[in-house]
Design a protein around this ligand. Structure first.
Ligand SMILES: [Fe+2]
Length: 321
């Protein structure tokens, strides 16, 4: 591997921009049904997450169209309208930060372009997963599914450096999301909470804690949710995802196809009031299941999230501008 260029590390524990001074905000991950939800529940949605990779078309490096990315104007205009008066954050996986390959600077620029078009991100989150395997003939070859990371000092160094590079370019607080693992990961040099704790304590990133992903991993042979959370530095948790899933051929999956299960709500109420830096609670559902979940049920879920946010009230903090 060529030597990595040195970069100034980010300021340790640089704050995530917050929406509310006294409690976490409640928000949604944008999908095509979000405008319909917002028509009815606009006051309940205090922040909006977008996957920036869904806001541009990647035509590939060296595209014959003369540019690698195309940005759909009507979609960006619609999102710009929805985020008015709300904090916006970027939540993606296209950077595949734990991959062994270098940071794809062109994708970073495309993410930044989307942010500029929409009035700016408050923070950015990425998944603790591998999406792009080691490169062959294709410069940006995606695996088609997210793959687990091998937790150990080598991957920690690699990821730490790429987080510093990303921070140097975007100047944003970065959060890494715990993955949904569909199989146990034996013989790791580190456990996942330890790996995330290192990244946080080094000042590289905070944690986006997906509680439903924890449930998926626990049902697939991973640690029980309580054991995982007792090992995680709860100061690192700055955003939480809620979601639900279904079984597929006997495997419980992170399909975002249902409301948040009751066992996840119970864990949320037990642990989230102990997360002093929690700024945002975000609902994820897949738009293809919106009809089955039901519009009224989504509204009810948002109301429950507000009750949870109230349970996490804290001393007022200054809102960064
Ligand atoms: Fe998530």
């Amino acid at each position: 591997m060529p030597p990595l260029p040195s970069l100034t590390p980010p300021a340790p524990h640089a704050p995530t921009v917050i929406t509310r001074p006294d409690r976490p905000s409640v928000g949604l991950l944008f999908n095509p049904t979000t405008p319909e939800v917002m028509e009815e529940a606009a006051p309940l949605v205090e922040h909006l997450s977008i996957n920036p990779g869904q806001m541009f078309h990647d035509l590939g490096p060296g595209s014959r169209f003369g540019q690698r990315f195309a940005f759909p104007g009507p979609l960006l205009e619609a999102v710009a309208g929805l985020r008015q008066g709300r904090v916006l954050n970027a939540h993606g996986f296209s950077l595949s930060l734990p991959s062994v390959g270098p940071l794809d600077g062109e994708i970073v620029e495309a993410i930044a372009t989307v942010g500029n078009q929409l009035g700016g991100y408050a923070w950015i989150s990425e998944h603790l997963n591998v999406l792009t395997p080691p490169r062959g003939s294709e410069p940006h070859c995606e695996a088609g599914m997210v793959l687990p990371v091998s937790y150990g000092p080598e991957s920690l160094d690699l990821l730490s450096h790429k987080l510093q590079q990303l921070h140097a370019r975007l100047g944003l607080r970065i959060l890494m999301e715990n993955p949904a693992l569909l199989t146990p990961l034996p013989e790791m040099e580190m456990q996942e909470p330890e790996f995330l704790n290192h990244l946080y304590r080094q000042g590289d990133c905070g944690v986006l804690l997906d509680l439903h992903n924890l449930l998926v991993s626990a049902r697939s042979g991973g640690p029980a949710m309580e054991i995982y959370l007792e090992a995680l530095d709860l100061e690192a948790v700055e955003e939480v995802h809620l979601a639900g899933g279904d079984e597929l051929y006997g495997v419980y999956t992170d399909s975002h196809s249902r409301l948040t299960p009751e066992e996840v709500w119970a864990i949320a109420h037990e642990f989230l009031p102990r997360c002093p830096n929690l700024k945002a609670i975000t609902l994820e559902y897949n738009d293809t299941y919106f009809e089955r979940i039901g519009r009224a049920a989504v509204m009810q879920e948002l109301s429950r999230m507000h009750e949870l946010a109230q349970a996490c009230r804290r001393a007022p903090q200054p809102i960064a501008t």
